[in-house]
Structure formats: C-alpha cells, structure tokens
Design a protein around this ligand. Structure first.
Ligand SMILES: Cc1cc2nc3c(=O)[nH]c(=O)nc-3n(C[C@H](O)[C@H](O)[C@H](O)COP(=O)(O)OP(=O)(O)OC[C@H]3O[C@@H](n4cnc5c(N)ncnc54)[C@H](O)[C@@H]3O)c2cc1C
Length: 621
C-alpha cells in the first residue's frame, strides 16, 4: 500500500504497531513515502540507504540542498518494539534481518553463523543493543597512520561531539559510580546519549566493576569515551534519550535522532522507503574519472525499475554488508571478477568487498544466580540492557607485563597466506601495514579485549568481545539480481593472533565466575553449569570451546576501506571512491580497522565529518 507522511498524517494513529499513548503528531516538512509517483526526477544529492550513517548525512546536506534517501526497508516510526529501549535484545521485529554466512571455521567441522542487521529507517541503530562506546586516541592514530590524514583523535572528536547530546549522570547514578568528562562530549547534537535512568542493576554494576578490576588489573574510568583511558572499566552509557513529550525513555536511533524529531524536519529532504538501489549510473567524467549521473531503483518486493538523476553527488551508505555489492553491480570493483559475472567494469578497484572484518563475541555464557543472593538491584526487573558495565583490557592487562611485546610479535609474524588466498586483502603490503599500525596502537594503550555484563532474572551473563581483529573476509555478489544477498565470508579467527586473544577472552569469562564480588551473586557451581572451561583447562580445551561458541560481534566494517589505493583502499580520506568525481561512501564499510569498539557513536562522527566535507566541496563549486 502506498503511503506518505505529508498527505496521511492520520496514519500515525491507525498504525497497527502504534500504541496510542506513544504516537506523536508532527508538522512535517521532510517527505517520507514509499510511492515513487510523488517524487521529483532529479536531486542534488542521493543517499543510498536510510540507515545509521545515511540519515545523519542526509539531515546535514538537506539544510540547504535537495536530497533523496532510498531505503530498502520500511518506516517503523511507531513500532514500540523498536522504540522501547528495554525490549529484550534479539526480539524478532520488522527491522531485524538475518543473513547466512558461508560455513566458518569451527569445532570438528564448520559453523553456520547468522549475520544480523537492520533493514528499516535507522538501519542497525533501530535494532542494536545501544551500547555507547567510542574509538580511542590510539585507534584513531592507527587509522591516520594507514594513510588517512585528518582522521586522528583531535580531528575526529569535534564531529562525534557535534552529533551528541550527552546527559550527565544524575545524583543517584553519580553515587552509584557513573561519571563523565564534559570536555569530550557534545551537549546539543541530535543523538541522545545517557545512562539508564535509574541504573537498571546498580548492585550488578558495582560487582562487575570490582570483579573486572581484579581480573585484568583495571581501574574505574570516569568516562569510557575520553579516548585516552587505556585499560579501564566503566559504566556503560547507552544510545537512549528521555523524551520529554512522551515522558519515557526512547531508543536514540538515527531515525529518532536525525529524521523524525520536529527540530530535524527538512523541506529539502525526501525519503523513499521500501525501495532498493540496484546500481549507481555513471558516465565518463573529467581526467579519466567516472561521474555518477543518478541511480536505478526498484521496489524491494520486486517490480519495475526506475531512475533518478543526481546533479551533485551520490553517497553510498548501505552498510558494510551491502555497499560493496551496490558498487560491484555498478561496475566498480575487481575488473576480472566483474567480467566473470557478466558485468562491464567501469572502474577497476580490486579493494571493493575485501578487507571485510568483524569482531568475535563469546556469548551465551549464563551463570545461574544464587538463590541466596540479595537480588535487589541485580536482576533489573523487566528493564534489561545488554551491557551495563564494560571492561577494556590492554595487551598488558590481558597478557602480563610483556603482553604488548607478545602481541606485537604475534601480529608482525602473522602469515598473510590464508588471507591473501581468499582475497581478504589485496596484497601482502596491506596485511603488514595493518598489522604494524595495530601493534603500534596496542603499544600506546589500545584495548585488546572487552568484557561486559548483563543482568537477568535467573542468570547473570558475562560476554567478551575481541576489538581489533586481523582476520579478513570478503563481500562479493554472485548474481546481478539486486534482491539477492551478497556472499559475505567473514573468515573469523583465521589469523592465529586472533585465536590467541579469543582464548584469553574465554579465560577472562571463567575468572569472572570465580572472582568476588561478581561470583558472590552466583551459585557455587555456576562455572560448571555454564560449560565455560575452568581455569585449569588446557589451551586445547579452551580453543575447542571458543571454536564451538563464538558468534559474530555484529560490528561489520572494512569492505570499502579508507586506505591508499595501493593497499586495496576504495575511498580516499575525503571518502571519495578512487577514480570517481562524485561518488562517496559513508558508512561502516569505510573503516579499514575495527577501531570503533561498538560502532554507532563513531559512525555518527563519520557522518558528521562526511557531511562537512561534502558541503565544503559544494561551497567551492
Ligand atoms: C543486532 C545488532 C546489535 C548491535 N549492537 C550495537 C551496540 O550495542 N552498540 C553499537 O554501537 N553498535 C551496535 N551494533 C552495530 C551498529 O548498529 C552498526 O554497526 C551500524 O548500525 C551500521 O551502520 P551503517 O550506517 O554502516 O549501516 P546500517 O545502519 O546497517 O544501514 C544500512 C541501510 O542500508 C539499507 N540498504 C541496504 N542495501 C540497500 C540497497 N540496495 N538500497 C537501499 N537501501 C539499502 C539497509 O536496509 C539499512 O537500513 C549492533 C548491530 C546489530 C545488527
């Protein structure tokens, strides 16, 4: 059924997913529709995808320009399952999509791992766990050292601040241990970031802090986002804001930050939902480059294609799983690969779809809650957030006084053979350059392991996530059908240093179950109940458990990396696709390294920086 927001505002009240009390009425300027007959034929900017980064870019560009956003999924504005930040994580919703990865390295055989992602306005930010974290000084230095001037911490921080309205902890949260550094935050941007009000499980949070300090020798950081804190433990802040009109907490998705609010309405912005972009249309441009002239779209459910023209730039922002496939269908990628699929190459860019990476997560670790534990302020009632405390351990914290040397040697001696054989990187130089900047980052103070905790009514959960993997995979189409998913091969844990770190993560989770005060909340046999290998388990036993247990971290990055072209880079530091005059990429695919431990808040910084650079170009032409 066709709809649009300008002509049918009553739709808000009639939506089956809209509980009357939480529906909002707007005076709308932004035009959101799934009906192509209502659209213009040409726009100054076209943004491909309506997800996390896309809506932020579109918001800034449309202040003074006409912008068309095309989103494959639907508009879920009044879907309370998405909006309520306390909906149990992982609940199936109209926005949550699972893609099957090909079989991965696993125990005895191979493992089939789902690659979860968001498909609706807001993309991943509409379904994610809302854990707010940021890159570090060391991580941004690594990004810059990989050939990206202008992307260091000091350059990038103002863009993260521009996106943010940080809500300092209230007196109660402060008394429970939450703090912040005002100098690193923003206080009037679109994205609300706050501590849950009140803390959902203060006693568990305190226990998580103290136990993590013991396990990894960490100290409490006032603010996990200050960039300089090295090994630390902190109370998580989340992408949640308190909505004054609704008098309720609401998820700070990209849609609820940059698209829906009254203050963000833009007469120049048109959002087409339920349509997917098949290709970016191009023609020969100046100096041997190619120029985008528009896009070809089709209804997501299938149907007749149509085209829109662009007069300035196309911004590809369909996420790390899909942006490479749009470029590939458009003839931008490895020329031989494209020809084999029957696609005429317009630009030979071998890095498109390589350098794909994700962190791994050790999950499904449930420790039974002790019946004798005082569960007040531990179980969080029905308000459960996935991570309430986070510990970031450096190589020294995790592997002892020589930890940095151990990890540096492991990185620099890693073999590139497997990665090169599967096309995970385009050449050996790319592999050694990335290993070297990662080693330097760890030498400064970059965290290597993340440990976090989740409250529950009968069990408490501990999770551990890798941060900077070196294993690399690929995103490749195998058909020109735009509805078909690309083949996304993660190649998790295929470089040995990643396995060494994963084994240390497993041992850290076991230590948590045995280390007071967290262990005091659990049954005495909690570790045995959980199947996590005990501290006296052999390395082989721990490796087997890791291989049987790990899941994707769901922070997919890298498949259109910002790096020199010679290393397999796809975009320049200005996010312009090499060899084009007006195609940029702005989403998680541009990150050549997983320097955003959880991606979202950093991606808003990418969006703000991308919009800034695009508007600078516009001002100069
Ligand atoms: C389940 C889950 C939990 C997570 N938890 C956290 C967390 O706690 N904290 C955190 O910081 N991060 C978290 N993340 C990661 C974070 O949400 C993502 O990294 C981020 O949303 C990616 O943003 P993006 O802009 O790159 O792409 P997306 O937000 O994925 O946006 C891409 C959009 O493009 C659309 N699209 C794709 N193909 C096409 C096409 N051909 N035409 C038109 N549109 C198209 C998609 O439908 C989608 O809406 C989580 C992610 C998931 C999936």
């Amino acid at each position: 059924m066709a709809y649009d927001r300008l002509t049918h505002p009553a739709r808000l009240q009639n939506s089956p997913t809209c509980k009357r009390a939480t529906c909002v009425e707007f005076t709308q300027a932004t035009f959101i529709t799934n009906d192509t007959s209502r659209l213009e034929s040409s726009y100054e900017y076209i943004v491909v995808g309506g997800g996390t980064t896309a809506l932020a870019v579109a918001n800034r560009l449309s202040v003074n320009h006409t912008v068309l956003v095309v989103e494959r999924g639907s508009d879920q504005m009044n879907n309370d399952l998405l909006n309520d930040p306390f909906t149990t994580f992982g609940t199936p919703t109209a926005c949550r999509v699972l893609m099957d990865a090909p079989p991965q390295v696993g125990l005895n055989d191979t493992r089939l791992l789902p690659l979860t992602h968001g498909r609706c306005l807001g993309g991943g930010s509409s379904i994610n766990a809302m854990m707010g974290s940021r890159p570090t000084f060391a991580g941004m230095k690594a990004l810059e050292a990989l050939g990206n001037p202008g992307w260091g911490w000091n350059d990038f921080l103002p863009f993260m601040q521009k996106s943010e309205t940080f809500h300092p902890p209230n007196a109660e949260q402060h008394a429970d241990g939450a703090d912040y550094f005002a100098a690193v935050h923003g206080f009037d941007g679109p994205v609300g970031v706050s501590f849950a009000t009140p803390f959902v499980a203060p006693a568990l949070q305190a226990a998580g802090v103290n136990t993590s300090e013991v396990i990894y020798g960490l100290s409490l950081s006032p603010d996990l986002g200050n960039g300089f804190s090295g090994g630390h433990v902190a109370h998580y802040y989340e992408h949640i804001h308190f909505n004054e009109t609704l008098q309720a907490d609401r998820r700070s998705s990209s849609a609820w930050s940059y698209l829906y609010p009254q203050s963000q309405q833009r007469a120049g912005l048109t959002v087409l939902t339920d349509h997917l972009v098949d290709v970016v249309l191009t023609e020969a441009g100046s100096h041997g480059n190619i120029t985008a002239t528009g896009i070809r779209v089709q209804p997501s459910a299938g149907g007749r294609s149509l085209s829109f023209k662009v007069t300035r730039e196309v911004v590809v922002s369909a996420g790390a799983l899909y942006s490479p496939s749009i470029l590939q269908r458009s003839g931008i990628g490895n020329a031989t690969f494209l020809k084999n699929l029957g696609i005429t190459p317009v630009l030979d860019l071998p890095g498109v779809g390589s350098n794909f990476q994700d962190q791994i997560l050790l999950t499904n670790v449930s420790y039974p809650l002790s019946p004798s534990a005082n569960t007040t302020n531990v179980t969080a009632g029905d308000k459960i957030l996935l991570g309430v405390v986070v510990a970031h351990a450096t190589a020294t914290n995790a592997f002892g006084p020589n930890g940095t040397d151990i990890i540096q040697a492991a990185l620099l001696n890693s073999s590139a053979d497997f990665t090169l054989s599967v096309g995970g990187m385009v050449n050996e130089e790319a592999f050694s350059a990335q290993a070297a900047v990662m080693a330097d980052a760890y030498r400064i103070d970059h965290p290597i392991i993340e440990l976090f905790y989740t409250p529950g009514s009968e069990v408490l959960k501990a999770w551990s996530q890798s941060i900077l993997p070196l294993s690399r995979g690929t995103v490749r189409i195998n058909t020109t059908d735009p509805i078909a998913d690309p083949i996304v091969d993660t190649h998790f844990l295929t470089v040995d240093v990643d396995m060494q770190i994963a084994m240390r993560m497993a041992r850290g989770i076991a230590q948590a179950a045995l280390t007071p005060p967290f262990s005091d909340l659990l049954t005495p046999d909690a570790l045995a109940q959980s199947n996590v290998p005990a501290p006296n388990a052999t390395d082989d036993q721990v490796r087997d458990w890791v291989l049987a247990t790990y899941t994707p971290g769901i922070h997919f990055v890298g498949s259109n990396s910002m790096m020199p072209k010679a290393l397999g880079g796809v975009v320049s530091p200005e996010l312009m696709v090499y060899g084009t005059t007006n195609i940029r990429v702005a989403d998680a695919s541009i990150l050549p390294l997983s320097v955003f431990p959880h991606t979202t808040l950093g991606l808003y910084g990418v969006a703000e920086k991308a919009a800034h650079m695009i508007l600078q170009t516009a001002a100069n032409t």
